[in-house]
Write a protein that binds this ligand. Structure first.
Ligand code: ADP
Ligand code: MG
Length: 706
């Protein structure tokens, strides 16, 4: 209630015709106040500003015509209907009504002048309108100048909902504008004039009025495609608000105290010395960013983007060592069992020689080992815990968790990031501390997009691959050439190369996918008994999977038949060839992830994308893109173009569902401006932030938990 008073919000029931029932319907459409009606924007327009001669109508037009009724009669074709013939100076038009009353019939009397609005269709040799909106003109009206009494502006068409008619909604919006003009409804402009002038934007009222009631000479395509400056003005405000809300969230997280991590670097240095390679400059730079964050008394919120194979795991390990050396615990979470297991194996090899105990926790653990792992974590005997999201269940209690690392997670939303913050932390002195967070993703997203989707995070990019990598050569072949492809694989195996064969299916069914992998496994094993072939899929037991994977890693297996469980993170540098069956069914980022399993060693690698014809347009674009580039950033850009940010990043995760008119892809050019404006507003007009958020996000309470 007090919010309403502070922000001058008028109850929606103040609008003429809005009682409690209608108010409920309006709420469904996102309108909770009278001001809200002004922000319910038309999605298209009708031109009722001029009367069109019947002779120049075209099929599909929505138009106003005016003419004299020649004849009105009831006809029985398949149904009973009312037919009314109208003629103007140019031609004849038929009006057709399937539902009508007797008084309607007598009203549409011969000789009267009628004005109609409707969609033009063809019926046999003539044009007609079915159920047009119409009015009978009085004799004086009929004689008056034709241009009189037609609408002065284009007519808005609004999104409606069941039981709420277009015409009633239009009247309500009209009424809201009447109240606005009368000064009864207050609508503050929270964007300072300086800012508006800078981008040549109109003030809010002007922009809203224009978008609801555009003049007849406007470029309709500009307006409907959201390119018109008046529409851009509103989109800008929405984007700005979206960014402000995320930045506010970030500021609140930063207010929490965190442990200051000042590492002795002893173990870190030992670890670096044992690595069989030098860190790349990009890795060093990102590690420096992280060390800088850890030295601060507020929680790190850092996103590390790095292409497949750029060496994120080592960066995670070094970050973890800093924290462990300072006497705190680290948790590393991976999205899949296989990937978590691989990290576990890596970290055990790296850390146990340094005297650091590693705990393992996944959802599939039996009761006893699970209890054991939880005890290790609770006592802090294990300084580092690795696992799947099972790590963050309520029962898991860390003694002094100071760093959470989330690997390969591009669909990790604001909500989840927040939930982690509450993973009870107290420092050595028992004081509550929020853990630092490091998020790693191989799905790079363009800067404009991360400015909004990840405005609550700092970003670092590993923009360089370790030296000596040769790009994977990619070929695209139809499955009619399967026999030939199999021969090529066998030959490669005989030459000592290791090969992945990935089976996919259109159904998102794990069972069927595993079945397909088993079938291929049986078929190839029978045909080539001398070949050492392994099989790995999601329905196998962990130990089984691990056994097969390590056999492949140790070159005991030549060919590994797998499902997409190996999609993310699996690292076997000696594997240099990959076949992906039904590649046309996979998305770009998935293909890129899969292909990233090869090309990790010194030797030249290849990837065969096998498809079943016919290819859809999008599938063809995807496969072409894969053939043309190995660059994860370019692939991500293409993926965004094809699927849009909601699909790529997750609509809910990014809060995209809360955007009413902006589109992060389409309006990308506005984002840097909105981002700069957000900072300016924070500096100069912080008092405007809350009402803006209230206006655009309302009670959506995106971050209720903050
Ligand atoms: P991703 O970024 O995809 O998670 P990984 O961390 O799995 O990549 O690293 C891929 C491979 O590159 C691993 O075999 C890793 O040991 C190796 N690697 C990482 N950093 C370097 C480096 N600086 N020089 C050479 N090889 C490296
Ligand atoms: Mg990785």
């Amino acid at each position: 209630m007090w919010l309403r008073i502070i922000y001058n919000i008028t109850p929606i029931t103040e609008i003429k015709g809005v009682g409690p029932k209608v108010a409920e319907k309006l709420t469904k459409l996102g309108m909770t106040s009278a001001q809200g009606l002004l922000f319910h924007l038309p999605y298209r327009y009708e031109d009722r500003t001029r009367i069109v001669p019947i002779g120049s109508l075209r099929v599909g037009d929505h138009a106003v015509i005016q003419g004299v009724i020649e004849l009105t009669e009831i006809k029985f074709a398949r149904k009973r209907m009312l037919i009314c013939r109208v003629r103007d100076g140019s031609a004849l038009l038929v009006l057709r009504f399937f539902h009508f009353t007797q008084s309607q019939k007598s009203n549409l009397a011969r000789g009267k002048t009628v004005r109609c609005f409707g969609e033009v269709r063809r019926s046999g040799s003539h044009l007609e309108m079915t159920h047009p909106e119409y009015s009978i003109l009085s004799a004086t009206q009929a004689k008056a100048d034709l241009t009189e009494a037609v609408e002065e502006t284009l007519t808005p068409v609004y999104p409606v909902t069941e039981g709420l008619h277009q015409i009633s909604l239009r009247n309500m919006v009209n009424n809201a504008f009447d109240l606005l003009n009368a000064g009864t409804l207050i609508l503050d402009d929270y964007l300072p004039t300086v800012l508006l002038n800078k981008y040549n934007f109109s003030n809010l009222k002007e922009a809203l009025r224009f978008v609801h009631y555009p003049p007849p000479d406007v470029s309709l395509s500009d307006l409907q495609d959201n390119q018109h400056p008046m529409k851009q003005r509103l989109i800008f405000e929405e984007l700005l608000t979206h960014i402000l809300s995320l930045r506010q969230l970030r500021a609140r997280v930063k207010e929490k105290p965190a442990c200051i991590i000042k590492s002795s670097q002893q173990k870190t240095n030992t670890f670096k010395a044992t690595l069989p390679f030098e860190l790349t400059n990009a890795q060093r730079k990102v590690i420096a960013d992280i060390e800088g964050d850890l030295l601060k008394p507020s929680p790190m919120q850092r996103l590390v983007q790095g292409d497949v194979g750029s060496g994120k795991t080592v960066v995670a390990a070094i970050a973890a060592l800093q924290v462990i050396e300072s006497g705190y615990q680290v948790a590393i979470m991976a999205p899949t069992e296989i990937l978590a297991e691989q990290h576990y194996t890596n970290f055990v090899n790296w850390f146990e020689p340094l005297g650091i105990k590693v705990a393992w926790l996944s959802g599939k653990l039996k009761v006893a080992p699970r209890r054991e792992a939880m005890a290790l974590i609770e006592s802090a005997e294990a300084s580092i815990a690795i696992g799947t999201h099972a790590l963050f269940q309520d029962e898991v209690a860390f003694k002094n968790l100071a760093l959470v690392i989330i690997d390969e997670q591009h669909r990790f939303g604001v909500h989840q990031r927040l939930a982690l913050r509450n993973k009870g932390v107290s420092d050595k002195h028992g004081k509550q501390r929020a853990p630092h967070q490091l998020i790693m993703t191989a799905t790079p997203i363009p800067r404009t997009l991360s400015m909004t989707a990840y405005a609550d995070l700092d970003c670092s990019v590993i923009d360089e691959l370790p030296p000596g990598r040769t790009p994977v050569e990619t070929v695209v072949l139809p499955d009619t050439r399967r026999v030939e492809i199999v021969e090529r694989i066998i030959k490669a195996c005989e030459q000592g190369r290791q090969v992945y064969w990935v089976c996919t299916l259109i159904e998102e069914s794990e069972v069927l996918q595993c079945q397909a992998a088993e079938d291929t496994y049986n078929e190839l094993s029978e045909a080539f008994p001398d070949l050492k072939i392994g099989l790995v899929h999601g329905r196998m037991k962990s130990e089984q999977k691990e056994q097969v994977m390590s056999a492949f890693k140790n070159t005991e297996l030549q060919l590994l038949i797998a499902t997409t469980v190996i999609e993310v993170g699996v690292d076997v540098p000696n594997a240099s060839l990959m076949v992906i069956e039904n590649a046309e069914r996979l998305g770009l980022s998935q293909l890129h992830q899969l292909r990233g399993r090869v090309g990790r060693g010194e030797q030249a690698s290849a990837c065969v994308l096998m498809y079943r014809a016919p290819l859809s347009q999008n599938a063809r674009t995807r496969l072409d893109t894969m053939r043309q580039t190995n660059d994860g950033f370019k692939i991500a850009q293409k993926d965004l173009e094809i699927r849009g940010p909601g699909e790529v990043l997750g609509t809910r995760q990014t809060g995209l569902q809360l955007l009413k008119i902006a589109d992060l892809q389409r309006d990308a050019a506005l984002i840097p401006k909105a981002s700069a404006a957000a900072e300016e507003l924070e500096r100069k007009h912080p008092e405007n932030i809350a009402p803006l958020i209230q206006r655009w996000l309302g009670d959506a309470s995106r971050y209720a938990d903050v």
